[in-house]
Ligand binder design. Structure first.
Ligand code: HEM
Length: 148
């Protein structure tokens, strides 16, 4: 096994584990004062931690896919179980990236400030969506690895 899959897996654990933990924190910590005390401190650290994990995932993912000669095939009309699984996984990753940018933009703009109801709804909705989409990415990641 190469170095890239080790980093990819460590980053996947950090990225998905982090999103599950923040989801649980959001659901279980309902007290407004507790949220105001915790989020401004934890939020930025968590945000940068997650950005680093996502960058590692993208970097090592592209590296491995290229190493397996899969990148060219993904962007061609070619079909096979592993290429189709990677293609589907990449669509999910693309949506995750867009939703993450939206989520982080709101988080950066509103850290230490009161959120509007719309910002609150988009922030909650996007973190829920990232959490669910990650489960799909994980499924396709396992499909790819079981074939390779
Ligand atoms: C949110 C982003 C991502 C997550 C959470 C993720 C997660 C994972 C996980 C958990 C595995 C291991 C599966 C297993 O051992 O059963 C894996 C494998 C793999 N991933 Fe990703 N991945 C992401 C992004 C990417 C990207 C962007 C690419 C390619 C452009 C990619 C390409 C691959 C490849 C080729 C493997 C198989 C490596 C091998 O079997 O040696 N991944 N991914």
């Amino acid at each position: 096994m190469g170095w890239a899959i080790h980093i990819h897996l460590l980053a996947a654990i950090s990225w998905i584990g982090g999103s599950i933990f923040m989801f649980v924190l959001g659901v279980s910590m309902r007290d407004k004062d507790a949220q105001k005390a915790v989020y401004p401190h934890v939020g930025p650290i968590f945000g940068y931690f997650e950005v680093v994990a996502l960058m590692c995932l993208l970097g090592t993912g592209v590296y491995m896919a290229n190493d397996f000669g899969m990148i060219k095939l993904v962007f061609s009309g070619y079909h096979s179980p592993v290429i189709d699984a990677l293609r589907t996984k990449l669509w999910y990753v693309l949506v995750i990236l867009v939703v993450t940018v939206i989520h982080f933009t709101i988080a950066l703009r509103t850290n230490n400030k009161e959120r509007t109801p719309l910002q609150h709804m988009i922030s909650r909705g996007s973190s829920m969506l990232i959490f669910i989409l990650n489960l799909f990415v994980l499924h396709y990641a396992m499909v790819i690895r079981s074939i390779l």
